[in-house]
Design a protein around this ligand. Structure first.
Ligand SMILES: *Cc1c(COP(=O)(O)O)cnc(C)c1O
Ligand code: SF4
Length: 352
């Protein structure tokens, strides 16, 4: 199998245009059942760009599992019928803008991604033309009118799949609003299509500081030379980078893999921000892990540099928002004595 195909494309548009989207294209490079892929992508589109494809060893490897459609996506329809258990639509005062917390909104400006993750919690939306100039305009108007909002999380889909000019216009409009203090971009592009992080893009983004970018990495194999360059360029422009990792069965639900990922992220100047318990929606149940497993992984991260330790978050179904989950370090307490267990299992008394 040719794994360096992507080198022949000169820029990110070419890479994106040469993505695998059809069953027969996928079947040329991986041993998959074409008719099954056909059935799945009727519901949930496939896109694997040549760069991300170059990281896949086989359909079932940790990178392959994230990108190659699995028949279980359509087989779990009967088990779990809700495409939106987090009530994102109900909490959207205008289409594609979720206002769940008083001080910040999640603003979806693109329904496209450089690779459609099979476990995506917005499977109901991504890859469909649900976001238009009109919804973006309505979102900006909503933000303008609501003075309690101080931070806009620009998300999707993937906002960095828009053309530079369009991103520039959105940032400019948001920056012009007095009560908006922080712009935060949520993107998988520095990981799934690092070639998108061009000098022009970076030079444009840095005009809108404070700009933060949270990237989404799930496995150490995703951290390559190209990714190191893309993150380096963003960090050099003064953009603090965070990582939101999703805990995924068969991909990263293992303390050694997770520890390796966290350490590799720091080497490319990305600070682990959250590990998410998977938001189970229709079509991604097969990626679910238990909270017990997640707590065990968190426990294995404590004791290492605090830089490596993100928060483990669960998004409460019904739109309750995110809350952190912590392994138990407080063994017992009375009015004036607290007994703690340290990361290496020793007991300590703390008296006040
Ligand atoms: C996760 C999320 C945010 C951002 O939350 P942080 O904890 O600040 O990262 C904002 N709005 C919605 C709807 C979210 O799901
Ligand atoms: S990049 Fe994000 S929004 Fe796009 S498919 Fe993956 S998880 Fe979903």
């Amino acid at each position: 199998m040719e794994h360096t195909n992507y080198i022949k494309y000169s820029d990110w548009h070419d890479l994106l245009q040469n993505s695998i989207t059809k069953p027969e294209e996928l079947a040329k490079s991986l041993p998959v059942d074409k008719s099954k892929i056909e059935r799945i992508i009727k519901y949930y589109p496939m896109r694997i760009n040549p760069y991300y494809f170059s990281l896949i060893k086989h359909s079932n490897c940790p990178v392959g599992k994230q990108a190659v459609p699995d028949i279980l996506e359509i087989e779990d329809i009967n088990i779990l019928s809700d495409p939106d258990p987090l009530c994102e639509e109900i909490q959207s005062p205008v289409p594609n803008l979720i206002h769940r917390y008083p001080d910040r909104v999640l603003f979806m400006v693109s329904a496209e991604c450089a690779m459609y993750c099979r476990f995506c919690m917005r499977k109901r939306k991504v890859g469909y033309n649900s976001i238009t100039d009109k919804t973006i305009k309505a979102g900006i108007e909503y933000i303008k009118k609501n003075k309690s909002i101080r931070e806009v999380v620009i998300s999707g889909g993937d906002p960095l799949l828009l053309e530079d000019e369009k991103i520039n216009n959105i940032l400019q409009d948001l920056k012009a609003i007095d009560h908006i203090e922080i712009l935060r971009i949520h993107s998988r592009v520095p990981c799934t299509l690092p070639q998108r992080i061009t000098k022009d893009l970076v030079d444009m983004l840095r005009q809108y500081h404070p700009v933060f970018i949270n990237i989404h990495f799930n496995h150490p194999d995703e951290i390559t030379k190209e990714v190191a360059l893309s993150c380096g360029a963003l960090a050099d422009a003064g953009i603090p980078l965070g990582c939101q990792t999703v805990l995924l069965n068969g991909v990263n639900n293992n303390p050694i893999i997770m520890k390796t990922l966290m350490k590799k992220l720091l080497m490319i100047r990305v600070k682990p921000y959250y590990i998410h318990q998977l938001d189970v929606v229709r079509g991604n149940l097969h990626f679910k892990t238990t909270i017990k497993e997640g707590l065990h992984i968190m426990q294995s991260l404590y004791g290492f540099s605090g830089l490596c330790v993100p928060q483990y978050m669960i998004d409460l179904p019904g739109g309750g928002g995110k809350v952190p989950l912590l392994p138990q370090y407080l063994k017992s307490f009375s009015d004036d004595t607290f007994t703690f267990v340290s990361y290496d299992d020793k007991l300590f008394k703390y008296q006040i």
